[in-house]
Design a binder for this molecule. Structure first.
Ligand code: PEP
Length: 259
């Protein structure tokens, strides 16, 4: 059974004061349980403060990236054990902004996925095609390549601990979003690949969330698709009210997917 999950990616937004106030807004808006799991990924600088504010709440702490080594001469980097030390248990990897702005290749993302698993945290492997790739009919080829490379060398039982995020690059921060049917088609394809790479049981249990301009207005129709297990939310997660509304929509059909 797959419990819906909504992850907020705050990206490079928020001074400490702003991050504290956003985290407090989410905590205080949770007087009523939402029925979906919730995780926020603040900037590294705000992790301790946000972790403290959300400590007694059901909202989990996550991070936006990490290095593959546990420690060493890697100027400017942060490792999985350092993030775990701050309470972050969910780590986004292969976000398209890192793939495209910083040139992160699949091989490096794979090293990070394996490191995060080895340290006992949950990697959220992000995959998605560009507008040009979709136009050329290369959507499935692209995401299949990213998935196979990202999970290369990962054993079946470890794949069961991974989460996937389908994020079409053309939909991130653009206000455009994949239709529920377009997203569900890709999610179904990814689930089929997981079935092949691990097993049908692992595929049934693995959560695949959608990201790309998710807003309170479109979250409900996306959540109606049984293949969509929640959302990775960028811009809209910077408002506590909107993030909570999306989480409520993600849980709207009352919950779990799968057999
Ligand atoms: C994201 O950051 O992963 C994202 C989907 O951003 P947005 O919701 O702003 O499109």
């Amino acid at each position: 059974m797959r419990t819906p999950i909504v992850i907020g990616n705050w990206k490079m937004n928020g001074t400490l004061g702003e991050a504290r106030s956003l985290a407090a807004g989410i905590r205080d808006g949770l007087k009523q349980p939402v029925g979906a799991e919730m995780v926020v990924c603040p900037p590294f600088t705000a992790l301790p403060a946000v972790g403290e504010i959300l400590a007694q709440s059901p909202v989990g702490l996550g991070a936006q990236n990490c290095h593959w080594d546990a420690s060493g001469a890697h100027t400017g980097e942060i490792s999985a054990p350092m993030l775990l030390d701050l309470g972050a248990r969910t780590i986004l990897l292969g976000h398209s902004e890192r793939r495209h702005e910083l040139g992160e290749p699949d091989e490096l993302i794979n090293k990070k996925v394996r490191a995060v698993l080895a340290h006992g945290a949950t990697p959220v492997l992000c995959v998605g095609e560009t507008e040009e790739e979709r136009r050329q009919g290369l959507t499935f080829t692209t995401i299949e390549g990213q998935l196979r490379a990202g999970l290369s060398g990962v054993a079946s039982e470890e794949i069961a601990r991974v989460m996937l995020a389908y994020e079409p690059v053309w939909a991130i921060g653009t206000g455009l979003n994949a239709t529920p049917a377009q997203a569900a088609e890709v999610h179904g394809y990814l689930r089929g690949l997981i079935s092949e790479l691990a097993s049908p049981e692992v595929a049934q249990g693995l959560r695949i969330i959608y990201g790309g301009s998710v807003r309170p207005e479109n979250a409900g129709t996306l959540a109606e698709q049984p293949e969509i297990d929640g959302a990775l939310v960028g811009g809209a997660s910077l408002s506590a009210k909107n993030f909570l509304a999306i989480a409520r929509s993600a849980a709207r059909d009352g919950g779990s997917r799968g057999n």
